[in-house]
Design a binder for this molecule. Structure first.
Ligand SMILES: [Zn+2]
Length: 435
């Protein structure tokens, strides 16, 4: 259901067609890395990093406060808000890197997948496809013990984690169509998941043919700590243990050595870059062109929801690369390259069937108003470049997922209540009457 059966100019088909006058349709975009609940943090810790502190520090303090407060209902409301914003921006499929597993005080919920189910419910309610990546988080950082992991995210044992994944997989498969919601797994990072546990989780993902994602090499300090513990940088270490393959996505991957780029390419693995989020922490940018040249896929993600769009990420990435001239290899069509990242490569990273308008694939697409001031006058040959580099969200008129209209006339049917409940949540969380 909801798949593209044919493209047609036959008079009988045209007679029954719904015309989208003055609009162009494009495949729905795929957000390959999201932490939905981070939407509650937007605008609350935006300070320039100080050289004498962890660059993510002011943000992390607010993050930890939210982590101690959000109820299951709050997780649902914040996820609906994040997913609604994504849909309004033309995103029809998201990978949710979900690490909020326990109750606010850190004690286990009666159903260990309670919070995962809230995320799934939010995605279903709003109408976005989702790869739910259940995240293992076994310690705070390199060298730490189990007690150093954030209590709400803590993985008590690998066996327990795998058991919960299996329960969740069964639940997802029984409750949702296979292309609407599916399970993947993630190791938060090598700092948060020691190698033996990472290997077991990777083995589980491999046995079930599930996607495996992990934050990797966000900073030089992370690489140094990994070398200190294991004698190798993260990608080299994971490759040595057979954990890098076509179902693996490294999120970030900013500090890669040349041989690591080759390893990622040879394995046809994916890298998900989140330039807005990464740059907002003062981090650099992954060697994306070198990775593409080596054969790796490049996907895009919104990560911590500083803003909710993928094209903003594509633009930041492209202009960062231009600032590196003349070291940048020539010949790339940037609009085509980053559009591919926002669609086909994202779908590949998630194992989604979306990302292209082709017979047999889901009818997931969005339309843009060609007479919007941001796009007016674009010719067919430069329309994609105008969209990738110049589209304003206002120009997005309709978003369809599985041949169902989810956004019509630039609005979601439940937009009022979703935004209203989120605004109430923010008042409760951060207002004077809050905790
Ligand atoms: Zn992330």
């Amino acid at each position: 259901m909801g798949r593209i059966t044919r493209f047609s100019r036959e008079p009988a088909d045209l007679a029954g067609a719904r015309r989208l006058a003055g609009q162009a349709a494009l495949p729905g975009m795929v957000n390959a890395h999201s932490h939905a609940f981070h939407r509650v943090l937007r605008g609350r810790a935006e300070q320039r990093p100080r050289p004498d502190r962890d660059t993510a520090m002011p943000w992390r303090e607010v993050h930890d406060q939210a982590l101690q407060r959000l109820t299951a209902e709050d997780v649902f409301d914040s996820a609906r808000m994040a997913f609604l914003e994504m849909l309004l921006g033309g995103i029809t499929c998201v990978a949710e890197f979900h690490y909020l597993h326990h109750q606010p005080d850190g004690s286990p919920a009666a159903d260990p997948n309670r919070y995962s189910r809230e995320i799934l419910r939010a995605a279903h309610d709003v109408g976005v496809r989702i790869a739910l990546l259940k995240v293992a988080y076994a310690r705070g950082d390199f060298g730490g013990d189990a007690a150093s992991a954030p209590p709400r995210a803590r993985t008590s044992s690998t066996d327990q984690f795998v058991r919960e994944c299996e329960q969740l997989r069964t639940f997802v498969e029984s409750e949702y169509p296979a292309d609407e919601a599916w399970l993947g797994v993630a190791a938060h990072s090598l700092g948060a998941v020691p190698l033996p546990i990472f290997r077991e989780i990777g083995g589980y993902a491999h046995s079930r043919r599930l996607r495996l994602h992990a934050h990797v090499s966000a900073s030089a300090a992370e690489n140094a700590a990994c070398v200190a513990e294991y004698g190798r940088t993260p990608i080299a270490l994971l490759a040595e243990h057979g954990l890098i393959d076509k179902r693996f996505t490294a999120v970030g991957a900013i500090h890669l050595a040349e041989d690591e780029i080759k390893l990622m390419g040879a394995a046809r693995a994916s890298v998900c870059v989140c330039p807005v989020s990464e740059r907002s922490h003062g981090f650099g940018t992954a060697p994306v062109e070198e990775l593409l040249a080596a054969g790796a896929g490049i996907a895009l993600g919104t990560d911590r929801q500083v803003q909710g769009g993928l094209l903003e990420n594509a633009r930041l990435l492209e202009y960062e690369l231009r600032s590196r001239v003349p070291t940048r290899p020539g010949g790339t069509d940037p609009a085509a390259a980053w559009w591919h990242a926002a669609t086909v490569a994202g779908a590949r990273s998630l194992g989604a069937t979306t990302g292209a308008l082709e017979v047999g694939r889901p009818a997931d697409f969005f339309t843009v108003n060609l007479f919007d001031p941001a796009l007016a006058g674009a010719a067919p040959e430069n329309l994609l470049a105008a969209i990738v580099l110049g589209l304003e969200r206002r120009a997005i008129r309709e978003v369809w997922v599985g041949a169902r209209p989810i956004i019509t006339g630039g609005r979601h049917a439940f937009q009022g209540p979703i935004v209203g409940r989120f605004a109430d949540l923010q008042k409760r969380l951060w207002g004077p009457a809050g905790p």
